[in-house]
Design a protein. Structure first.
Length: 295
């Protein structure tokens, strides 16, 4: 692996991409940017998804400091990972590490007059800043949480309602089949937004998340997927799949499954038929819809 030296000549704007819609995380980043970089000023935007926050500062730092600041300010780890890959693959020649999109899927980010909102709570903000400067971080964080409750109703005016419909299921092979179905749907419907996530509930391994701006539509989409997602293939009945030989039961012929291969004992005159099977209709699943709180 080629070694990458962090250049101190190129400078990059400090920006923070918060996937969480929590005003607590927003306030933590807001107060810590000037703590890390005295004199830095920030603008706040609602991300194009309508959920998370973007903080854009006017302060530039070298590449190493940029990556460290992203981690310290709770920026989206996936975005940070891609930024580091860009930097490594270009051997430090990348001009723009910031991957925050001001437009995504036709939706624009929304400016938030955050400084104006906080000006109504100047005494609270001043006390937080004093405690941070004095090293009283736990006290400052308690005050941030109280301030977050006060500003939350005003921030809600700028957030767009967004919902996620979820289907949990088991099996990597099933996930692979469902990914093909999701890709086909997305190819036909550019507004269809989805993602697969691993889950850590004892009874399930995977989850499909479908994103919409309407709660009822989210439920409609996931119930359609549950009842209608299927795969096609060739299927036959192999007479040897259930017979016994001297050593016991012969394993089911793989040709009796979709896209399988004939076993050595399969007769040559087996009739193939185009068939399909529902992927989730009879599977062990759980369906639910929640308001989206993170991207």
């Amino acid at each position: 692996m080629q070694k990458t030296n962090f250049s101190e000549e190129k400078k990059y704007f400090v920006g923070v991409d918060l996937d969480d819609s929590s005003p607590i995380m927003l306030l933590r980043a807001w107060f810590n940017i000037p703590r890390l970089y005295p004199g830095a000023n920030c603008e706040v935007f609602i991300s194009p998804s309508g959920v998370g926050f973007h903080l854009i500062s006017d302060f530039k730092v070298d590449a190493f400091t940029y990556f460290v600041s992203q981690a310290l300010l709770w920026s989206d780890p996936v975005r940070l990972q891609y930024a580091f890959r860009k930097y490594y693959l270009t051997q430090g020649k990348e001009e723009h590490l910031d991957l925050m999109f001001n437009e995504k899927e036709g939706k624009q980010e929304t400016p938030v007059p955050f400084a104006l909102i906080l000006s109504k709570y100047a005494p609270d903000c001043n006390q937080i800043a004093i405690n941070i400067k004095g090293g009283k971080y736990e006290l400052a964080d308690t005050q941030i949480k109280e301030l977050a409750k006060k500003i939350s109703p005003e921030l809600d005016k700028y957030h767009k309602k967004s919902f996620v419909g979820c289907i949990t299921f088991n099996g990597v092979e099933l996930k692979d089949d469902l990914e093909k179905v999701m890709l086909e749907i997305a190819a036909k419907d550019p507004t269809f937004r989805y993602r697969f996530y691993p889950v850590w509930w004892p009874e399930f391994e995977w989850m499909i998340a479908v994103f919409t701006d309407d709660k009822d539509l989210a439920w409609k989409k996931i119930t359609w997927i549950k009842n209608n997602a299927y795969k096609t293939g060739k299927i036959v009945e192999c007479p040897y799949a259930t017979l016994k030989d001297d050593e016991g039961l012969i394993p089911p012929c793989t040709y009796g499954s979709f896209e399988g291969e004939k076993c050595e004992k399969c007769p040559d005159n087996l009739q193939e038929e185009d068939s399909y099977v529902y992927l989730l209709k009879d599977a062990d699943t759980r369906l639910f819809v929640k308001e989206r709180k993170s991207t």
